[in-house]
Design a protein around this ligand. Structure first.
Ligand code: ADP
Length: 186
């Protein structure tokens, strides 16, 4: 199974992603985790990315597309993967489409985790990561609304989008996700 997981910051994607990759035995490709690891290791890419991450802005498409193109070529991706945090812009989605067309490995489903904005702000404010300062949170929500939300229409038109309500307990939400994904599991 090849899945794209979309949702605003604070939607609970990370928590659900962990369960999801365990249940369906998928490689977990989290661009946020990859960029934070690069930043902490102080690589060139990491230092460049941090200039954007610390402000709540998206890192430039070229950087992230390069990282993903390399990662998709690794052997563990052959069994299937969950893309978590990528694509986040239409240009990234188009780049992904080209990569997948070349490999002849189309996406199976794009899963959206939906949470109202007031709830997101409440959750993020209580979390305390370095990029969880109020002004940075606000900027991340703006980036989501302006740059990532257009993907819902993009994938809706492609017939790939499935949306799940992200309010409720972790178990309730995971039950909804299973109901959507089980039919795709071989
Ligand atoms: P969130 O908790 O906001 O969902 P992530 O952990 O996925 O955030 O990513 C943290 C930061 O890493 C983002 O705010 C952004 O700066 C950067 N980032 C992650 N994925 C991408 C991407 N696909 N394109 C551009 N920037 C990204």
């Amino acid at each position: 199974m090849r899945i794209v997981f979309i949702g605003p910051p604070g939607a609970g994607k990370g928590t659900q992603a962990e369960r999801l990759v365990a249940r369906y035995e998928l490689a977990h490709l989290s661009t946020g985790d990859m960029l934070r690891a690069a930043r902490d290791a102080k690589t060139e890419v990491g230092k460049k990315a941090d200039q954007y991450m610390s402000k709540g802005e998206l890192v430039p498409d070229e950087i992230i597309v390069e990282i993903i193109a390399e990662r998709l070529g690794e052997p563990d991706c052959r069994m299937g993967y969950l893309l978590d945090g990528f694509p986040r812009t239409i240009a990234q989605a188009e780049a992904l489409d080209r990569m997948l067309a070349e490999r002849n490995t189309p996406l199976d489903v794009v899963l959206e985790l939906r949470v109202p904005e007031e709830e997101l702000f409440r959750r993020l404010a209580g979390r305390g990561r370095a990029d969880d300062k109020p002004e940075v949170i606000r900027q991340r929500l703006v980036a989501y609304r302006q740059q990532t939300e257009p993907l819902l229409e993009y994938y809706g038109k492609a017939g790939l989008l499935k949306s799940v309500d992200g309010l409720g307990s972790v178990d309730e939400i995971f039950d909804r996700i299973k109901a959507v994904l089980d039919p795709f599991a071989g």
